[in-house]
Design a protein around this ligand. Structure first.
Ligand code: NDP
Length: 291
């Protein structure tokens, strides 16, 4: 799969192109939908008028168009109650044209995220945010894969390097990224360490990693001295770099780390597009599960 990597400036560095790989996945989905004449629908629920959420929702609608999936947007006002949000989700759960339900987060503060996530039918949980969907990963039962860690696994697979037996370090332990990420690496027989804000000496742990995944949300947290020579470095973080005009950046100090890495994901253009492609894949899986 070397064609999905670009050569970087380091001696043997390859940049993992998430845009290209995502396009390939979306093409496959489009082909499958067209070949089997499927009618697939994704509901996107937005509560309030958060500008960043609006941009993400528009990107997802465009992805749907590219894959031949019908997208249906449901926007509730910022003042919507939790009960109103859950009532809408219950309607979508029983709506046959809707195969997957995506609830764009963050929510207004008065809404309990967990209660809303849990109200999505397990057959339509394409974001894989329900506790039982995430829990099943622990026993190797993949119905819906959490989109971001699943996208990271695809990027790692595209390097051609086997995960089995590798030292993998995941920085971050959130329920939507860090924890499922660690489980998915473990399921492929990696030796996995999870780091978080209480980890005593982060660099001492990350330097052991053959494969390092950072999912924290802090610009330049991972510097060159924290990375082993030849490591695969996957940067999930999405931050605004205030010292650089608010430009989008990851957790990894790219300029410093890239010369040491064998493969690295850029931000933007790495994990982000893959997360969106995997949402499309889950929506197609939902259609198959419901048929
Ligand atoms: P959370 O805020 O839920 O989790 C962040 C994690 O980082 C926590 O486990 C926290 O530890 C840990 N952490 C915080 N500070 C440090 C530190 N100094 N050293 C080590 N660990 C630390 O974030 P998410 O998991 O939701 O997202 C992480 C990042 O990934 C964000 O930048 C987000 O925007 C991005 N993201 C990108 C996606 C994409 O598609 N590219 C998709 C989803 C997220 P503790 O648990 O102890 O508090």
């Amino acid at each position: 799969m070397a064609h999905l990597c670009r050569k970087g400036k380091g001696k043997n560095l390859k940049i993992l192109d998430g845009v290209l790989l995502a396009e390939q996945i979306k093409d496959e989905i489009k082909g499958e939908i067209s070949r089997d004449s499927l009618i697939v629908g994704l509901a996107v629920v937005l509560v309030g008028d958060d500008q960043a959420s609006r941009i993400y929702v528009n990107h997802k609608k465009k992805d749907c168009e590219e894959c031949g999936i019908a997208s249906y947007e449901y926007t509730l006002p910022e003042s919507a109650t939790q009960e109103e949000v859950i009532t809408l989700i219950k309607q979508l759960n029983s709506d046959e044209k809707i195969n997957g339900i995506l609830i764009q987060q963050p929510f207004p503060k008065h809404i309990d995220v967990t209660a809303v996530n849990e109200s999505v039918s397990p057959l339509k949980d394409v974001d894989a945010f329900r506790a039982d969907t995430v829990g099943k990963i622990a026993v190797g039962d993949y119905g819906f894969l959490p989109c971001t860690p699943a996208g990271v696994m695809e990027l790692i697979h595209s390097t051609g390097v086997s995960v089995s037996g590798k030292e993998c370090v995941v920085v971050g332990r959130s329920n939507i990224v860090g924890k499922p990420m660690a489980l998915m690496l473990l399921n492929e027989s990696a030796t996995v360490t999870i780091c978080h804000s209480r980890t005593r000496d982060l660099g001492e742990v990350t330097r052991r990693a053959d494969i390092l995944v950072s999912a924290v949300g802090k610009a330049r947290l991972i510097t060159a001295d924290m990375v082993k020579e030849g490591a695969i470095v996957i940067d999930v973080g999405m931050n605004r770099d205030n010292s650089n005009g608010g430009k989008l950046c990851g957790d990894v100090d790219y300029a410093g780390v890239a010369p040491k890495a064998s493969f690295i994901t850029p931000v933007p253009g790495g994990v982000g597009p893959m997360t969106r492609a995997l949402l499309m894949k889950n929506t197609l899986t939902a259609k198959r599960l419901q048929s």
